[in-house]
Ligand binder design. Structure first.
Ligand code: SIN
Ligand code: CO
Length: 379
């Protein structure tokens, strides 16, 4: 799968469009094929671990429900849409599509969402808080996009936040292989013109509110933040109700010194590698032995579980620090050069791992990861 951004380089795209303005990419993917069939998608939506949503607009009445869904028959063959989030957690083929957008780093990725729309189906005019590449699969959809400013949101249904009708700055039809890039905040409305599938590669960042809320838990769980203010040099107070500037600065310094680089990277590494949705991991660990893994590696590569997040920081990986699925892992010095391979590659082949195969620390780690389901051999 190869992405063509209208003869633009990724650098130009980033400089001129990313987070700035919408872009219609015609035939971004030549000969694009759906990553799954509507039947396979409906199958996923019956699974309670999979996040799915169904939106209908019958005769102007909006309805929205959350899955799992046993059947969609009662909805007929028009005016409804089925959505499955985090398709990348369940469908290995998703990775090939996401990789096309790897000029944006994975820590920014939210998920790959798929939607199947029947004629007239859509989720209604709305605003998203993420940037998205909406890749049109089979069928076609009409998309209208409005100006970023001056939109009013309202609750169209308890599970649907809509915006008032807007004057379109774009009114286009997407056909198979076309892509619509939308920065966050632009109101948009997509309506299927015929049974159609679209694959949305979404990017988001967390709000400070979300991060501080999780940071508080991290500080408590990791037993940090015990510092208190010492003030042996305190001058006499003339106004007992006053917090003077010197005291304000002590309090500020107490908080800021807690938030040092180590805490921030330890926290964000964990925070950003937490999977948003359930991962397809075994309930109980497998029982592979080191030899099983090494022998199997000679035959086939290890594949990273879809949706598993692995990240490393430029300023700490040389200390062996890597974050995998919400955990910090500290590798021995001899395995530092493994870290970029773990985090940047979807497949670990015998060749990629050649330098480490005889390393006993590596053997234990990789066997543990295989037993946890983090990396797997394709059956
Ligand atoms: C859809 O794909 O049906 C809706 C996607 C969106 O507009 O967020
Ligand atoms: Co949207």
């Amino acid at each position: 799968m190869q992405l063509h951004i209208n003869d633009m380089t990724p650098e130009t795209f980033l400089a001129e469009y990313w987070q700035k303005k919408p872009l219609v990419i015609r035939q971004g993917f030549k000969n694009f094929e759906d990553l799954l069939t509507p039947e396979e998608m409906a199958g996923l939506a019956t699974n309670e671990m999979v996040e799915s949503r169904r939106v209908s607009n019958k005769g102007g009445v909006w309805d929205a429900e959350f899955g799992p869904f046993e059947s969609h028959e009662h909805l007929g063959d028009s005016e409804w849409t089925l959505i499955v989030q985090a398709l990348n957690n369940w469908l290995p083929q998703s990775e090939a599509l996401i990789q096309c957008f790897d000029f944006i780093p994975r820590w920014r990725l939210d998920d790959l969402m798929v939607s199947y729309g029947l004629p007239g189906g859509g989720v209604g005019p709305h605003i998203d808080l993420y940037d998205v590449f909406i890749c049109q699969g089979s069928g076609s959809r009409r998309w209208r996009v409005g100006k970023k400013e001056g939109n009013t949101e309202f609750v169209a249904h308890p599970a649907l936040l809509h915006v008032e009708q807007f004057e379109p700055i774009l009114d286009i039809e997407l056909n198979t292989g076309d892509i619509l890039y939308l920065p966050s905040g632009y109101p948009h409305d997509g309506i299927s013109l015929e049974p159609s599938m679209s694959f949305s590669v979404g990017y988001r960042t967390a709000s400070s509110k979300e991060m501080f809320s999780a940071l508080a838990d991290h500080i408590i769980d990791s037993g940090q933040g015990e510092q208190r203010i010492d003030d042996p040099d305190r001058p006499m107070s003339k106004h007992s109700g006053l917090i003077d500037n010197q005291d304000f600065n002590r309090i500020k310094e107490q908080m800021l010194s807690t938030m040092n680089d180590t805490l921030i990277s330890e926290f964000t590494g964990r925070f950003l590698t937490n999977s948003k949705c359930e991962l397809d991991l075994p309930e109980q660990k497998f029982e592979f032995q080191i030899e099983d893994v090494l022998t199997q590696l000679e035959q086939q590569p290890l594949i990273r579980m879809g949706g598993l997040r692995c990240l490393y920081f430029e300023n700490s990986y040389e200390q062996g620090i890597v974050y995998i699925n919400g955990e910090q892992v500290i590798l021995p010095h001899t395995l530092v050069s493994l870290i970029p391979r773990l985090c940047n590659l979807q497949e670990l082949t015998n060749e990629v791992l050649a330098d480490y195969l005889g390393n006993s620390d590596f053997q234990l780690l990789i066997t543990d990861w295989v037993n946890s389901g983090y990396w797997y051999f394709d059956a």
